[in-house]
Design a binder for this molecule. Sequence first.
Ligand code: SF4
Ligand code: SF4
Length: 342
Amino acid sequence: MSSPKRQIAMVMDLNKCIGCQTCTIACKRLWTRDEGMDYMWWNCVNTMPGRGTPRDWETMGGGFTAGDARPSRIPTRGDFGDAWEFNHEEVFFGGKGSSAHLQIKGEQPDWGPNWDEDQGAGEYPNAYYFYLPRICNHCTHPACLEACPRKAIEKREEDGIVLLNEDRCRGYRFCMEACPYKKLYFNETRKISQKCIFCFPRVEKGVAPACARQCPGRVRFVGYRDDQNGPIWKLVDKYRVAIPLHPEFGTEPNVFYVPPMSPPRFDENGEIDESRPRIPDEYLVSLFGPRALEALGTIKSEVAKVRGGGKSELLDLLIAYEWKSMFGGFDRDPATIEWTKG
Ligand code: SF4
Ligand code: SF4
């Protein structure tokens, strides 16, 4: 695999995610409404700590250790949770008025996307949770691509987006096994794998991916890794506050996260206890590696600077007063484009 000329990337600020799933629905409406795709959520948002989507994906294996592929397993449909069917016909068209209520049809599910929503961990009054949005990481060293014997997965030269060629795919699912983030899905109807496409038809026209553009929390930054005027380079390389999830998986993701700051802890007298953070450091390190603590240290010192009357380019960037500042030039209004169905 030759290296792409440029690499497009996304940064998600976990301090701003409110778990509303607007990103999830933006992606679903655009890309995963065809046959066999009903259980697919190329963008998912999970409560952390939690078992995630697919269930327990963090412990399934995949990726690389010291360049060698790590053993792994393919997530099952049960791990993702089946798409649920509702009695829409009865409620909306059954003529029963307000006496009919939305209910799940068939068997009661025992798992689904974000099943453990808002459970989190810790004991009252020091319980905690935060939201973790996930898409394909469009990795620099994609395990999915290396695992495919059909060479059906490519990393685009112009922008590093990892795409799966559905005409070449024969549904062997080696990609699903190899991806340590478990972000590929098997379409049972078409017998092929499918995944996030980083909204490449939008990106090619200067429009940010739908999950980023629709986010009401202004969580997601988009741009080229090497654009020194753009948000990605500043957050990842200049200030080093955006870091990959599970860097030990060895695939070098191009989706980065600003780790979450903790609300204060309370001691047994109800007083604020500043001796340790509410979200345990070791938990954040288990997700993002030791750089999580450096990133939080940088943000805290910038906050202190602003409280002391100073200015902070980093905090202005993270706050994103102007939405266009988040998209590294990918800020074109999609309504100005004449889309053609390919
Ligand atoms: S996250 Fe998984 S599917 Fe996406 S490029 Fe990396 S290895 Fe491939
Ligand atoms: S980048 Fe596009 S395809 Fe990928 S998760 Fe976001 S909306 Fe879906």
